[in-house]
Design a protein around this ligand. Structure first.
Ligand code: NAP
Length: 249
């Protein structure tokens, strides 16, 4: 399904991104892993390689355009091209009303979730345009991109912005074969969620879900894999819910 494709994954050192790296590699992709924790990335790349996959780790911070540029150039240097990207790095928290959120927290949430996706789009798209043949980009939003979920207000705003960037990019490059979609992710059992359930009950994280449970990171990765693949050839500008039914009621 992803055979021969080179796919960059941000936020690959844990949670959904790490699950995506394993799944994409199993499906035949060459994966370029990006996150700040170099050792976690190195270990994951080693694991994927031992399992017969092709992986390259590039430590970096998505809030830095230079770091993202470096990761994209490493993808091209190692594997010859960049076919797809899963722009998934993100951070947020819950349990604080808006007026108690510090400027530093606001900045960090906006920088990682919005500027991070912005940096990725701006570095990945020119490479895809230049090499020809289109491309597929998947950005990780959240049910917080559609509702006030209980996450802090800047996270809700940031994940709404990810959907806006996704639609605008899809419109700008649709005629040149680049598809851009977003995942609207519901509560998922990852380290990010483990931190959130220290400040709110776990049931609150899936109270609105028809399925009344958290997702496994692999369930989210499956949707990303499909959107990155040619099987999703007529899907662009979409906000695909992987939320256990939160958006349906
Ligand atoms: P996670 O396990 O904490 O993973 C977050 C990833 O983002 C880590 O690999 C982290 O790596 C990376 N990251 C954070 N800041 C970064 C930065 N400045 N530069 C580069 N990488 C950075 O959480 P997760 O749940 O898998 O989150 C993945 C995505 O899903 C995020 O966008 C999150 O907002 C979204 N999401 C999660 C849930 C949920 O319930 N878990 C629900 C909706 C949406 P380093 O620390 O090594 O940099």
């Amino acid at each position: 399904m992803l055979t021969g494709k080179t796919i960059m994954i941000s936020g690959a050192s844990s949670g959904i991104g790490a699950a995506a790296a394993r799944l994409f590699a199993r499906r035949g992709a060459q994966v370029v892993l990006m996150a700040r924790r170099a050792e976690a990335l190195r270990q994951l790349a080693e694991e994927l390689t031992e399992d017969g996959g092709r992986a390259h780790a590039v430590a970096g911070d998505v809030t830095s355009a230079a770091d993202v540029r470096h990761a994209v150039s490493e993808a091209v240097r190692c594997f010859g091209r960049l076919d797809a990207a899963f722009n998934n790095a993100g951070w947020g928290t819950a349990g604080l009303p808006l007026h108690e959120v510090s400027d530093a927290m606001y900045d960090q949430i906006m920088d990682v979730n919005v500027r991070g996706v912005w940096n990725c789009l701006r570095e990945q798209i020119p490479v895809m345009l230049e090499q020809g043949g289109g491309g597929a980009i998947v950005n990780t939003s959240s049910t917080a991109g559609q509702f006030a979920t209980g996450a802090v207000a800047p996270y809700v705003a940031a994940k709404h912005a990810v959907l806006g960037l996704t639609k605008a990019a899809a419109a700008d490059y649709g005629d040149r074969g680049i598809r851009v979609n977003a995942l609207v992710v519901g509560g998922t059992r990852t380290p990010l969620m483990e931190a959130a359930v220290r400040v709110m009950p776990e049931e609150a994280a899936h109270a609105r879900a028809i399925q009344r449970r958290l997702a496994l990171p692999e369930e989210v990765a499956e949707a990303a894999a499909w959107l990155c693949s040619d099987r999703a050839s007529f899907v662009t500008g979409a906000a695909m819910a992987v939320d256990g039914g939160v958006g349906a009621i």
